[in-house]
Ligand binder design. Structure first.
Ligand SMILES: NC(=O)c1ccc[n+]([C@@H]2O[C@H](COP(=O)([O-])OP(=O)(O)OC[C@H]3O[C@@H](n4cnc5c(N)ncnc54)[C@H](OP(=O)(O)O)[C@@H]3O)[C@@H](O)[C@H]2O)c1
Length: 342
């Protein structure tokens, strides 16, 4: 991105799945950085992480780490974000946090740049990056909302192991190997064996039978779309896939929009790729989408179960658009909007 400003950037949780991807995205997009520092727990102090064709040494996260930092991209737990986010903001950094800790706080914008980048202006030092299913969902729903209005949304997710961090990706691989070798697979990181299985849980249960992830998708989608009354429900399922979340979505609209019109509209929408020709076996899959930036949509169908409704299938890379890329895009927009003082 063309700018004369060069920023000092901190990546918190740089050794994790999202943190690694943040570093990759920063260098791939030529983010205008003067200096990039990698922070993680005490355990990782002195390790190196890949960055821009080389590597950087990881430092321990401490309050003093944010001195002189312009942007702090957090990719650690909610507890770390709650503890160190305000410290970084106080030190003058714009914080963009991947955890869920700040997302629903009133004075914290929750941003998908294709949808509500103007909300960036309302920040008080911290901007939240939404949930990895809420981001692609909002990217697809927003054009439909503008064109035809939204009445009701039903989502079922097919979420990959990497959504639960490196530990579950490693366990899925170990389980798959163990099963292939006729051994008992280890089940430590998740309540059930994930290899050769599909698990409708693993997130913290909430009152009423929903779980934390389902509640996040509902609340965050409403906040991003500025539609607090949107009728929306979600069922979240973990599938034995390393990277890439799928979402099966039913959308009831206020005005009629046909599948053909929706296909045309979405094909013109920013950050979206339509792959939709079942006769040519063309529809997005996690395997095909891993490593890509856009939100992919296919299987768009007219639906007869409501007055005006469509069904469709969304896939995106949860580590990129679902996390790291969206966070870096927020930083880029903030810079373009002059929100980051330098
Ligand atoms: N994975 C996804 O698809 C996804 C999508 C959207 C949002 N998120 C959110 O992004 C965050 C990171 O997720 P992840 O999947 O990348 O997790 P992860 O692979 O488990 O990585 C966690 C990171 O946090 C660091 N960390 C742990 N304890 C720390 C401490 N006391 N001080 C400083 N750093 C500490 C770890 O450093 P060490 O290596 O030193 O332990 C590691 O770098 C989470 O809040 C997650 O909910 C994830």
């Amino acid at each position: 991105m063309p700018t004369s400003k060069r920023l000092n950037v901190a990546v918190v949780g740089a050794t994790g799945m999202v943190g690694n991807e943040v570093l990759r995205v920063l260098s791939q997009r030529g983010f205008p950085s003067e200096r990039v520092i990698a922070l993680a727990s005490e355990r990782s102090k002195g390790l190196t992480v890949p960055y821009n064709g080389g590597s950087i040494t990881v430092d321990e996260l401490k309050e003093s780490a944010f001195k002189g930092i312009d942007i702090a991209l957090f990719a650690a737990s909610g507890d770390i974000a709650l503890m160190y986010g305000p410290v970084a903001a106080e030190a003058g950094a714009l914080v963009i946090d991947n955890s869920s800790a700040w997302r629903m706080k009133q004075n914290v914008p929750l941003v998908v740049p294709e949808v509500n980048s103007e909300d960036i202006r309302d920040n008080e030092g911290i901007i939240a990056n939404p949930n990895c299913c809420a981001i692609p969902l909002a990217v697809i729903l927003h054009p439909l909302q503008k064109k035809a209005g939204l009445e009701r949304v039903l989502v079922s997710t097919y979420q990959s192991a990497s959504g639960a961090g490196r530990v579950l990706v490693d366990e899925l691989e170990e389980q798959t190997k163990a099963i292939a070798e006729g051994e008992e697979p280890p089940v430590v990181a998740y309540p059930y064996q994930l290899a050769y299985n599909v698990v409708p849980g693993g997130w913290r249960p909430e009152p009423g039978g929903y779980n934390e992830e389902e509640v996040k998708i509902v609340n965050e989608t409403r906040k991003i779309l500025h539609d607090p009354e949107l009728r929306i429900t979600a069922t979240c399922v973990r599938v034995p896939v390393p990277v890439g979340h799928g979402e099966s979505v039913f959308v009831e609209t206020t005005e009629k929009i046909s599948a053909d019109e929706a296909r045309e509209l979405l094909a013109k929408s920013p950050g979206v790729i339509v792959e939709d020709d079942p006769h040519a076996k063309l529809y997005p899959t996690p395997h095909g989408v891993a490593g890509k930036d856009e939100v992919f949509v296919g299987r768009i169908r007219d639906d007869g179960s409501a007055k005006h409704s469509l069904v469709l299938w969304i896939v995106s890379d949860n580590l990129r658009k679902g996390a790291a890329l969206n966070a870096v895009q927020i930083a880029e927009r903030a810079l373009e909007m002059g929100v980051i003082a330098k």
